[in-house]
Write a protein that binds this ligand. Structure first.
Ligand SMILES: Cc1cc2nc3c(=O)[nH]c(=O)nc-3n(C[C@H](O)[C@H](O)[C@H](O)COP(=O)(O)OP(=O)(O)OC[C@H]3O[C@@H](n4cnc5c(N)ncnc54)[C@H](O)[C@@H]3O)c2cc1C
Length: 433
């Protein structure tokens, strides 16, 4: 099967500020391993580490370079949350499930720190500075207040508290918010260095890791699973699909492709800030807005990064970046004359229930995907659970593992559907609902 050469890395701020890249060779011979992992992002890499710790011999195959996908270009916000709120999880699955999901999300955040310590990844620059959700109107603030109370009284989690408009202005430098909800759990990270650091750990642990190695086809041959790549065939007992939002690169990962909706998320980074602008976001947390078409922002060194929805379709559009820049300047007028030096985007994998899914498609194929844009901590943690599935355990992660994970009905019309939903959300935001 003909295949495309590896795709170029995005020109992100992370690429420019990362530790030097180590190149891992493309697979160039036929090999046999216990487990073949398709995708070398956080999910695939952590799965490999966990499998090796269990005495198995995994191989990681990535079509591009480590960190080429979402794991190298995301916003670096380390948050213990799911896209579906815990309140909604409680309504759908009961309060005990919500408690367990909350604990899982917290463990996922702690696991990031543990991985960094265990594999000595100082370049990840993990700062446990917490996150601040900034209310764009009083209705949103009332919701945050109720959420904070719910976290405290129902989940017994005191790490949330409400900040006044003045406190949010002092934290962010923006007068555009009426208050906010501070969560001291979580923080920010250099996502590409984190991915590269985990990859270095994978290789140090003696695991085979190949870049520029697209898996073109997967089939069963007697007791083996066979994976065709341009340079050689992999035979393995088990396969892990860890291709997430980029599951359309080859037909091999179609099972994931049919279950996620890729949604483009974009961000811009300013030149190093000086003067009054340098005082913005002084607590260096991650910051999100309460609008449905959510925008978020953080510092990285002395630059400000501002993110939100990207263009629809396969490619970036200058107009989407220009819209982000306009929104940034509306929020922070001090940035009106400041140059934007980096613009990049990537695909997040949305799911119909706004939750990730992990489990088995059949006796040979395990999957984990669909982090809905909150995968830095979750994908890293879920990789450990994927390894449990591979060795035949059945970890119970509530709705994340409640199978079977069904394909999206009417998959062919997902793009117009996403546009329609986004348009509706923008309308609701515009009228302040
Ligand atoms: C722009 C953006 C901003 C984000 N911001 C945040 C954030 O601030 N906080 C947060 O928590 N989450 C964020 N996310 C989400 C988070 O980055 C992802 O959930 C997470 O990185 C998913 O990791 P992964 O390993 O599952 O997938 P990826 O990192 O995307 O890795 C998948 C890999 O599979 C490879 N692949 C695909 N098909 C094949 C094939 N056939 N053969 C071999 N390899 C293949 C690809 O090359 C790719 O490297 C963001 C995502 C994006 C795109």
């Amino acid at each position: 099967m003909p295949h495309q050469p590896p795709l170029p890395d995005v020109a992100s701020l992370w690429q420019e500020t990362a530790v030097p890249r180590v190149a891992y060779p493309a697979l160039a011979q036929d090999v046999r391993h216990d487990v073949a992992i398709v995708g070398g992002g956080y999910t695939g890499l952590v799965t490999a580490l966990s499998l090796a710790r269990r005495g198995l011999s995994p191989i990681v195959l990535d079509a591009n370079r480590i960190g080429w996908g979402a794991s190298g270009r995301n916003g670096g916000v380390v948050s213990g949350k799911f896209r579906q709120s815990l309140g909604d999880i409680a309504s759908a699955h009961g309060i005990e499930t919500a408690r367990r999901m909350h604990m899982l999300a917290q463990q996922a955040v702690e696991h990031v720190g543990e991985l960094i310590a265990a594999y000595d990844i100082p370049g990840a620059a993990f700062s446990a500075s917490g996150s601040l959700r900034c209310a764009h109107n009083l209705r949103a603030l009332a919701r945050l207040r109720a959420e904070t109370e719910w976290f405290r009284s129902i989940l017994g989690d005191p790490s949330y508290r409400i900040l006044s408009a003045g406190e949010v202005a002092a934290e962010t430098g923006s007068r555009g918010f009426v208050g906010g909800m501070l969560n001291v759990h979580g923080g920010i990270i250099h996502p590409l260095n984190y991915a590269r650091g985990i990859a270095a750990g994978v290789v140090r642990d003696g695991i085979a890791l190949h870049e520029d190695t697209p898996v073109l086809r997967i089939w069963r041959d007697g007791a083996d699973m066979c994976l065709e790549t341009p340079g050689g065939m992999v035979r393995a007992g088990q396969v892990v699909l860890a291709s997430n939002a980029w599951s359309d690169l080859t037909p091999a990962t179609r099972a994931i492709q049919r279950r996620v909706i890729p949604f483009r998320s974009a961000m811009i980074a300013t030149e190093p800030l000086q003067g009054a602008a340098a005082g913005l976001l002084s607590s260096e947390r991650s910051y999100t807005e309460t609008r449905r078409m959510m925008r978020w922002f953080r510092k990285s060194g002395d630059r400000l990064i501002y993110g939100g929805r990207g263009a629809f379709g396969r490619d970036d559009k200058p107009s989407a970046f220009a819209a982000l820049q306009r929104a940034m300047v509306r929020q922070f007028p001090e940035l009106s004359g400041v140059r934007v030096t980096h613009r990049w985007s990537g695909l997040v994998a949305m799911t119909l229930d706004s939750l990730p899914h992990v489990g088995r498609f059949d006796d040979r194929v395990v999957y984990a995907a669909g982090y809905n844009g909150t995968g830095v901590a979750l994908a890293s943690y879920i990789g450990t659970r994927v390894a449990a599935f591979v060795v035949g355990e059945k970890p119970d992660l509530g709705p994340l593992t409640a199978g079977p994970w069904r394909p999206i009905p009417l998959y062919g019309v997902r793009e117009p559907a996403v546009r329609a939903v986004a348009g509706w959300y923008q309308f609701l935001d515009a009228i302040g609902r």
